[in-house]
Design a protein around this ligand. Structure first.
Ligand code: SF4
Ligand code: ZN
Length: 725
């Protein structure tokens, strides 16, 4: 490491440690050793200290070892005369810096000084899990943490847009000369938040710990690494988290120190100023510190240095197109025209045709275009897609149709909700001004179907209809097919197919985890159904979805098959010998970490509770979702606890070996609303039509005792069932 950088990093480390120590003394005096400290919504205490040192901090008094360790790593304060910085010292200073910054931040939480205005503050475990699936399926190839400020706000916007175009999540913060990139982006009215892939963490360099103590949790959550293994945790980050830092403007000692911490985690730092470069690769997969003075080249250079694999879809439309715009909303006052919702009829439909019936690339518009509508007005809309391909099958129609939602949302300034005939679409004034017209919807659909499904689809033609009568006529046609599809899906059972599919997408984060996907049990992320698995295999026969033909049934009740067990054993690096598809008490499936819901045993009540990851409150098993989740992931089998997709609860095979739906005793209101009528249908089949009313939610019970009392009052069936343990 360059001596200049090393010296600056060590100076910065001492400075930050000093701040932490002073703040800590003050807090001890004012609040006392027993005062509770912690970040919101995490099961990992002070994550950096927890991962690297294995300690669980819940009170002020327990923080002392962290500061002691930081001080030891730093060594005596430098005196310029007798001190020779070398790589090891600077890197130790990096770790000391991260530990000290984390202490400062958690103390700020104690004093309610965090999160800062317009900032996210600490990144929760929930966010980590929610993003898991986007990371593994390639929608989000990496992360950038920006520190400082661009020369001007327009350049700031240009830089983040370049990242957005490549679907790279950007954390923005810190400042240069008193100006933060956060305020530059606010000034330019850039939409920020998790949905738009731009997340402000805080306006000082110290808050740069947030993206870092978030990244380190990946090792614990998905990697199954035990806390207190610094080397394994840092290695995990280096190998599996594609992140890098971008320093804009002057790099001061604090930034060097924080940068050294990032380098320890394997994240290189790129600067837009003429700082010394550290090129030989060692700790990082690539260079440690690189400068790129030309702002036009900055983003491509970052990506090259970290080796992030980005594929930008080339689509001939007048607005940017990437997953980063998926969550962007178009507000009413920014809307040029809208379709569906409560304003008009709108629907989407994908149908398979014979090869000679489809003309690839043909896009027709039947009816008026957007220009004919007054600003803020509405039009009816049909997006009628016909596809043909030698390997195409009608089963794939609904799957591809559902993807239209993602495709259209990727376009900047286009907002899409729903599917089939409950679609709602908005086109913004900006997109309109850029030249976006209805035929571009067809361009998007055509290009994306080819991009994603080239193995099964050879030809795509799109008809956009806005003529009211033609829309209604086409809709009547589509509805017949929707109904047929529903029937077909309902009739599909695990017994009716001879092949299940695996999904190993999450192995990039959770190396021992494998999902087995059957018609009646979808992947725990909620995003992969049996049909998705089948299509995934057709598209990429050597990819993450492999067919498992089941011929030898070992236990039809628990859901065990010889071939499934063999497959799981091989693909879990020989760590899991058998799984039961229908049980959570015996040999349950493993969990990676990105599960939508957790099922957990409530022993007092002879049943299970289910909680979704969005629910922040306490549950009757004495833990919040985040705490529960901390013990479920990482590719381990944990009988009594299971990560599941939320729709699994509506399946007839829902933990059927353990008693099924009637075992459910508690769920948050949100989930009750989500399940609604569909739950009632299943409850009737189970012979308890009012089951949902007999299941408690957070307003009825938040402890096991309250829950038991509630269930007794409601005569919940679980109380009379065979004992679970
Ligand atoms: Fe990950 Fe399982 Fe979802 Fe595949 S199905 S993406 S392995 S959680
Ligand atoms: Zn996962």
């Amino acid at each position: 490491m360059s001596k200049i950088i090393a010296a600056a990093a060590i100076r910065g480390g001492h400075e930050i440690y000093g701040q932490a120590a002073t703040f800590y003394e003050k807090a001890l005096q004012e609040k006392g050793e027993a005062a509770a400290v912690g970040f919101p919504d995490t099961a990992y205490y002070l994550p950096m200290a927890h991962a690297l040192m294995g300690i669980k901090i819940e009170t002020l008094g327990q923080m002392k070892p962290v500061l002691d360790h930081a001080r030891d790593l730093l060594g005596p304060a430098p005196s310029d005369a007798l001190w020779f910085p070398y790589l090891g010292t600077a890197l130790d200073a990096g770790i000391a810096t991260l530990l000290s910054e984390e202490v400062i931040m958690v103390l700020r939480y104690l004093y309610e000084q965090e999160p800062q205005a317009d900032c996210n503050g600490f990144f929760s475990d929930t966010i980590l899990r929610t993003l898991g699936i986007q990371l593994v399926d390639g929608r989000m190839p990496g992360f950038a943490a920006i520190l400082g400020a661009a020369p001007d706000s327009k350049t700031a916007v240009r830089i983040v847009r370049e990242f957005q175009k490549r679907s790279i999540m950007v954390f923005v913060g810190s400042s240069t000369g008193g100006v933060s990139i956060i305020d530059q982006l606010l000034q330019e009215k850039v939409q920020m938040g998790w949905d738009s892939y731009i997340v402000p963490y805080g306006r000082d360099t110290l808050s740069g710990i947030y993206p870092l103590n978030w990244a380190i949790r990946g090792a614990l959550t998905f990697g199954g690494i035990k806390p207190g293994n610094p080397r394994a945790c840092l290695e995990y980050c280096k190998n599996r988290v594609f992140a890098f830092g971008l320093a804009l403007g002057t790099v001061d000692d604090q930034k060097y120190a924080t940068g050294a911490g990032a380098i320890d985690m394997g994240f290189p730092v790129i600067a837009d100023t003429d700082i010394p470069q550290i090129l030989p690769t060692g700790i990082c997969t690539y260079e440690h510190v690189v400068h790129e003075l030309n702002h036009e080249n900055l983003v491509p250079r970052c990506i090259e240095v970290r080796g992030v694999k980005v594929s930008v879809a080339k689509i001939d439309i007048p607005v940017s197109f990437s997953a980063a715009f998926e969550g962007e909303r178009v507000r009413r006052e920014d809307t040029r025209v809208e379709f569906g919702g409560k304003y008009s009829t709108a629907f989407e439909f994908v149908r398979m045709r014979e090869m000679d019936e489809v003309e690839d690339g043909k896009i027709d518009l039947i009816g008026p275009d957007v220009d004919t509508v007054p600003e803020g007005g509405a039009l009816p809309l049909a997006v009628w897609v016909e596809i043909a391909g030698r390997a195409m099958h009608t089963d794939f129609e609904p799957l591809i149709e559902r993807k239209i939602h993602d495709f259209m949302n990727y376009a900047m300034g286009v907002f899409h909700m729903g599917q089939r005939d409950i679609v709602w679409l908005r086109i913004s004034k900006d997109a309109y001004a850029a030249g976006f017209r209805l035929r571009h919807l067809g361009t998007i659909v055509h290009a994306q179907i080819h991009n994603l499904y080239s193995k099964i689809v050879d030809k795509v033609q799109v008809t956009i209809i806005t003529d009211p009568q033609r829309v209604e006529a086409a809709l009547a046609d589509a509805r017949k097919t929707y109904a047929q599809r529903d029937e077909r899906l309902l009739g599909m059972t695990d017994e009716s197919v001879d092949t299940f599919y695996s999904c190993s997408l999450c192995q990039s984060f959770a190396p021992n985890h494998i999902c087995i996907i059957s018609p009646e049990r979808l992947g725990l992320c909620g995003a992969v159904s049996w049909l998705d698995g089948k299509v995934g295999y057709e598209i990429d026969p050597t990819g993450g979805n492999q067919p498992i033909k089941k011929t030898q049934t070992l236990d039809p009740v628990k859901g065990q098959w010889r071939e499934v067990n063999d497959f799981v054993y091989q693909s879990s690096n020989r760590s899991i010998e058998k799984v039961s598809l229908y049980s959570l008490m015996e040999d349950p499936m493993t969990s990676c970490g990105c599960f939508e819901c957790i099922l957990a045993l409530v022993p007092e009540c002879n049943g299970f509770m289910i909680v979704n990851r969005e629910f922040p409150g306490m549950t009757p098993c004495g833990m919040k979702f985040s705490t529960l989740a901390g013990s479920v992931g990482g590719g381990n089998q944990t009988p009594g606890f299971l990560g599941v997709g939320r729709l699994y609860a509506l399946s007839r095979k829902f933990i059927s070996a353990d008693g099924g739906l009637k075992r459910l005793v508690w769920m948050p209101k949100q989930l009750k609303t989500f399940y609604g009528d569909r739950f009632a249908v299943r409850a009737r089949e189970e012979g308890v039509p009012d089951l949902l009313d007999r299941i408690a939610d957070e307003s009825d019970a938040t402890t096991a005792e309250e829950l038991l009392e509630f269930l007794g009052r409601k005569q919940h069936p679980a109380l009379d069932m065979e004992a679970l343990i």
